[in-house]
Design a protein around this ligand. Sequence first.
Ligand code: FES
Ligand code: FES
Length: 241
Amino acid sequence: MEPRLGVRILHATESFFLAHASGIGAAASMSRSDDPKNGASGAFSRRGFIRGAASTAVALPFTAGAVAEVTEAASEAPAVDSVDSQAVTLRINGQPHTLSLDPRTTLLDALRDHAGLTGTKKGCGHGQCGACTVHLGGERILSCLTFAVMAEGRDITTIEGVAAGAGELHPMQQAFIDHDAFQCGYCTPGQIMAAIACVREGHATSAADIRESMSGNLCRCAAYPNIVAAIEQARSRLQET
Ligand code: FES
Ligand code: FES
C-alpha cells in the first residue's frame, strides 16, 4: 500500500541527512529508503540518523570550546599593526622623497598613497595585469610585487617622469596618442612604461616580438593592435635619437 504522505516525507528527510552525514552517495541512500521491501534498512536508517544527531550534539560544545581557545590565543598574539614605520628615502624621477613607511608597504602604494604620484595604476595588485609597471634602475618591474624598502637607493621612474620637459611628451606617449592606443586609459601608464622598456631591451623587432614582450600588460579595452602600432612608430623615433 502506498505510504501516507507524512511517512514518505519522513523517509525522504532521513535519506537526505544520511547521505550528507555519513558520506554515502545520495543515490544509494534514496534507493534503500524508497524500496518498500527494505523495512529493516529503514529501521537501521532511523537509528543511524539519531546516532548522527546525538554525536553532532556532543561535538558542538567541544567545537565551541576549541573556537574559544583559538580566539583567546589570537587575542594574546601581538597585533600585526604594531610594526613600526621607518623612514625610507626613494629617488623618484630624479627627486628624493623621504617617506615614513611600514616596511611591508609595496612600492606601488608608496608611490600612490605616500608620494602622491597617482599616475601608476593599481589593477590586480597581484602581479597579473601590468598596470603598476614602473622602471627600477632602468628595468621594468611590477611595483605591486616590490616592497618600497627594496627600492631605496635606486632610481625609480614613473609615468610622471618620462617626458623630457613641460609640453614635450616622450616619443612613446606621443605614439600612443597618434595611434589611439587607449580607450579608458587605465592600463596606459603601465603600457607606456613597459613599451619603453620593450624597445630598450631590443624586443621590438617585429609585431610578434612586441606582442610577446608586452604580453604581461593587459588591456581590458583590447587596444592591442593600436598599442603594437604605437610601439613600432616610437621604436623608429627612439632609434634615431
Ligand atoms: Fe601590479 Fe596588476 S597591479 S600587476
Ligand atoms: Fe582601457 Fe587599456 S585602455 S584597459
